[in-house]
Design a protein around this ligand. Sequence first.
Ligand code: PLP
Length: 471
Amino acid sequence: MLWFPIDRDSDVLLVQQVYKQIRSLILTEQLGEHEKLPSTRELADSIGVSRNTVTEAYDQLILEGYVFVKPRSGTYVASGVVLKANEMEKREEHLTKWLETEQQDDEIIDFRASHPAMDHFPRKVWGRIAKEVCYDSHDDLFGYRSPLGDETLRRVLTTYLTRTRGVSCHPEQIVITAGATQGLSLITQLLMDEGDCVAVEDPVTDEMRTIFVKAGAEVEPIKADRNGIQPNELPTKRKPSFVFVIPSHQFPLGAILPIQRRIQLVEYVREMDSYIVEDDYDSEFTYEGTAVYSMQGLDPERVIYVGTFSKILSPALRIGYVILPKHLIDRFKELKWFSDRHTATLEQQVMARFIEEGHLDQHVRRMKRIYEKRRRALVAALGRTFQTLEIIGQAAGMHAVVEWEDLVVDESFVNHCKENGVIVYPVEYYALKKGHHKKQMVLGYGSLTEEEIDEGVRRLQKAVESYQPKN
Ligand SMILES: Cc1ncc(COP(=O)(O)O)c(C=O)c1O
């Protein structure tokens, strides 16, 4: 007999609750095609509502085509109501589920990478500037503007990035985008035709790789080691539309790409008449040595630079930027215009003033101190708890990689960790060629306090000690 819970304290009408529950059972295929639903009387008795309520819910489902009535027989699930996921999506869904955060569970400690400390957003200063911008700005600012983005922000950014990242560009070469994500998506449209190949470091961030795959790219994995991408592994017979790299802090391995390899990469794209797409998403946070300058400064004609304020300030702002060689600007500008006209002007103006008044430098210095403390807390906790691991890739960014001597970080181990209240991320998940990173896991610490990091490592210890691999 069909049964599901009804919430009498909920604001959702009973009819809606019944309708939604049955629809969800159909969409998740727990009620299959042509399966008979119970009679309205039976279901009403089973879930404790009036028969009218069930009849109304059934009528709604009939109206929308989810179920149909066979005269003198009953109500049945219709066919063709579930959109089947294709194999690729199913695989991705499986992987995503494997790593899914139980967001409703506040108690769990999630070592998710690339999440900044949201509790440190400079609300007061940002709010003050936002108010000023709103009151002070000329009426023109409230209309459509250039797809390149706000002129003041591009000018201010040019100065900032020249000083901090060694980029070499004119403000006209910067396009403000809705985060690095939109930047990469537009670059892919700009440089790639369906079926072309894109060379990416392997392992690679799944988010960024998916952008290329969805655009129809064939992704060519190029092995990365502890120093980052290995340029001598790049294809010589087939020209990639571009080579995607994160040279300042490879994700997930955390490598800082040495200058020799940077030069090799630039020589490669010159030779192949291709481009490097440099994602510089969390380079401000370097703890050992000084920050390594961007690759864009090495060859502004061959390197397209992608930056973002998502890590340094907040992903909610949705402000990123792309620096392009001059000859690509017009086409990129057109793509941006037909994508979303331009990024929100007022926010860009706020950002420009925020940088001009020196708040960004101040914020970066402050956050660097906070992340450095969190990093130390993680390294110290791991060091005093485990003897059989090595920590790599922790010189920059907001995550580190742990390599175990004898532990395979697979689905079963990750699930066992979850049962112990801690979420860790296997490097193998990000690998295109499987099998090389089985003993490595990513631990992001950006959004965890020192106490949470300590507690997370304690739970990890419990998980490791009680774990019994299946084979
Ligand atoms: C490698 C990498 N680059 C950039 C970003 C930032 O993307 P966005 O600027 O769209 O928030 C992320 C997000 O997690 C990332 O993993």
